[in-house]
Design a protein around this ligand. Structure first.
Ligand code: FES
Length: 199
């Protein structure tokens, strides 16, 4: 098991996006693997990753590496949580019924796709061809997104969109929601990614 706290000194690795729009337009062209500095701790392939989210504020997102993949931890604001309930008609699989064993553990089969409504944990890899979508957390009109954008994630490769629970929008190239990896809380503010109570 490896352990990583979210702190400012490590944000180059685990804090790829912190707050809305922090990534900007440049990083999206970079494959996600090169966004990560090599991590000694993550070298143990498959090891679960322990993350202290006590410093993560509402509206902020951090990224950790697990099994070579980016895992997003987004602390949603109350408004963002509330907005999730209004999107069903625009989503391909609003209730996470597709491939539940692969994509959505039983404890995340709810509107927020999470254990705690405010904390999303999702693998940041598009279900189309594997690009890493860009966080577009801020609501409102912006380039490439609908005018009534409620905040979510945009995949620049072929234009797929996901909501703030990683649910894919209808009629776009990506067929499925983003994967929610196995995870559990070791304490109020400590997450274990890669294992859950079944493990
Ligand atoms: S890889 Fe994301 S839309 Fe094609």
């Amino acid at each position: 098991m490896s352990q990583d706290a979210i702190d400012p000194g490590r944000r180059t690795w685990i804090g790829i996006t912190c707050g809305a729009g922090a990534l900007g337009g440049v990083a999206v062209a970079v494959p996600f693997v090169s966004s990560f500095a090599p991590s000694e701790r993550a070298k143990a392939a498959g090891a679960a990753v322990e993350v202290d989210i006590s410093t993560l504020k509402a509206g902020e997102m951090a990224t950790v590496e697990w099994r070579g993949k980016p895992v997003w931890i987004l602390k949603r604001t109350p408004d963002q949580v509330e907005a999730l309930a209004k999107l069903d008609a625009k989503l391909a699989d609003p209730d996470s019924k597709r491939k539940p064993d692969e994509l959505t553990p039983a404890y995340a089969r709810n509107k927020a796709r999470s254990i705690k409504p405010e904390v999303l944990v999702a693998v940041g890899i598009c279900s189309h061809l594997g690009c890493s979508p860009t966080a577009k957390l801020q609501a409102g009109a912006q380039p490439s997104l609908p005018e009534d954008w409620p905040g979510g994630f945009f995949c620049p490769c072929h234009g797929s969109m996901f909501d703030l629970a990683g649910r894919v929008y209808k009629n776009l190239p990506a067929p499925d929601n983003l994967e929610v990896p196995p995870h559990m809380y070791l304490s109020e503010t400590k997450l274990l990614i890669g294992e859950d109570k079944k493990a």
